[in-house]
Design a binder for this molecule. Structure first.
Ligand code: ZN
Ligand code: ZN
Length: 379
């Protein structure tokens, strides 16, 4: 009780001083940075020539996608593919389908009550999962800048001091706006349409009891199909006319945080969540497309934390394998895929974090600039 009264007193005192920022900082939800989990990250990485932290280990694709098959490489790759994220989102889908989704009979008719319930469930999931990561890493700054690629905290400006043009003045407000006003409704609409179609038998279902092997096989391929779809649409939205009007909003996040994950233009949301369409064609169970929906809606948060590792104890940390996507945000024309399939390697846009890749990118940019100049000259 004393603690609550103490907080109330602080709020009153601060509001008397009319210092809104200090007022926020005094609240529990916007705590003072603690840095309590700081860890020496020098044993895992070092600063590059531009002052960004980079891991010693280069990004590598296992030899899984080679012919003839390499059994040992597959055995090593499999646990990394499944754990922790494949299994985590698969289990979350099971939980959400079993306890937080209305019955098939109820979903046969579109009505406000169950639609609102699904929207509310997705809001809560976003707040808990994305908000939780933001709270820990950016509000509480629990590990300071240990393992943070960009040592600067996002301030809405580029290195040269120019504003990045975020809506509503700050990166956080901008990200929250695009996530809740566009991402959430579009994700939820795709999910509702798919559940509605499934409940009415308009799309082919997959009975677990009758086809357990088919069910397991498709479940295994959910993250794979998600990445394949993401790569295709990502290449599409980097086409200059679409990039300038649509994808630019996401790329303002050159120093991303968890809320940058699905901070996108509505057109990008429409295309990004269209992965649900795969399950309109492939016979599936709701556990498959809900797995996809949860991965698409929530997992970008962990891919945009801007940290390489989460510190969990004095000498312990947990690796987040998303350096490739961080490099995409910094360098734009590299690493369009998510990291499981070597699509960038096959199509010449792979950057493994090394100086050699940097030089290759510079050369590629030079060639592109020459090509553009030649095109302009012939016009
Ligand atoms: Zn992009
Ligand atoms: Zn991104």
């Amino acid at each position: 009780m004393d603690l609550i009264l103490g907080q109330v007193r602080e709020v009153v005192l601060m509001s008397e001083k009319r210092s809104l920022t200090s007022l926020y900082r005094r609240l529990w939800l916007y705590p003072q940075p603690t840095g309590e989990n700081k860890m020496d990250d020098e044993q895992y990485g070092t600063k590059d020539k531009r002052g960004f932290w980079k891991p010693h280990k280069l990004i590598r694709y296992p030899d899984v996608f080679v012919w003839p098959p390499n059994i040992i490489a597959i055995a090593k790759w499999l646990p990394k593919y499944l754990f922790p994220w494949g299994v985590t989102y698969g289990l979350l889908a099971l939980l959400v389908w079993s306890f937080l989704t209305p019955s098939v009979e109820r979903m046969q008719t579109l009505s406000f009550d169950w639609v609102a319930l699904i929207a509310l469930r997705n809001i809560v999931l976003l707040i808990l999962i994305v908000g939780g990561q933001h709270y820990w890493l950016y509000s509480k700054r629990a590990q300071g800048t240990s393992f943070k690629y960009n040592r600067k905290w996002p301030d809405g400006k580029r290195a040269d001091g120019k504003h990045l043009g975020f809506s509503f003045g700050t990166q956080l407000r901008d990200n929250l706006f695009w996530t809740f006003c566009s991402g959430l409704p579009i994700w939820t609409t795709w999910e509702i349409m798919t559940l509605w179609a499934y409940s009415n038998g308009w799309i082919a279902g997959l009975d677990i009891a009758a086809h357990p092997f088919g069910f397991a096989l498709l479940w295994f391929f959910v993250p794979f199909l998600h990445e394949l779809h993401f790569y295709c649409i990502h290449r599409l939205i980097h086409w200059p006319p679409i990039y300038a009007r649509v994808h630019k909003i996401h790329h303002r996040n050159i120093n991303p945080g968890p809320w940058s994950g699905i901070s996108m233009h509505p057109v990008e949301h429409l295309i990004y969540f269209s992965g649900f369409l795969i399950y309109w064609i492939v016979p599936s169970h709701p556990l498959h497309f809900m797995h996809l929906g949860l991965m698409a809606g929530l997992s970008p948060a962990q891919g945009h934390t801007g940290f390489d590792r989460i510190v969990t104890g004095k000498e312990n940390s947990f690796h987040l394998p998303y350096y490739a996507h961080y490099l995409h945000h910094r360098l734009f024309e590299v690493n369009y895929a998510d990291g499981s399939i070597p699509l960038d390697k096959w199509f010449g846009s792979f950057h493994d974090g090394s100086d050699v890749s940097d030089d290759a990118l510079k050369l590629r940019r030079k060639k592109m600039a020459t090509k553009r100049a030649a095109k302009r000259a012939t016009k």
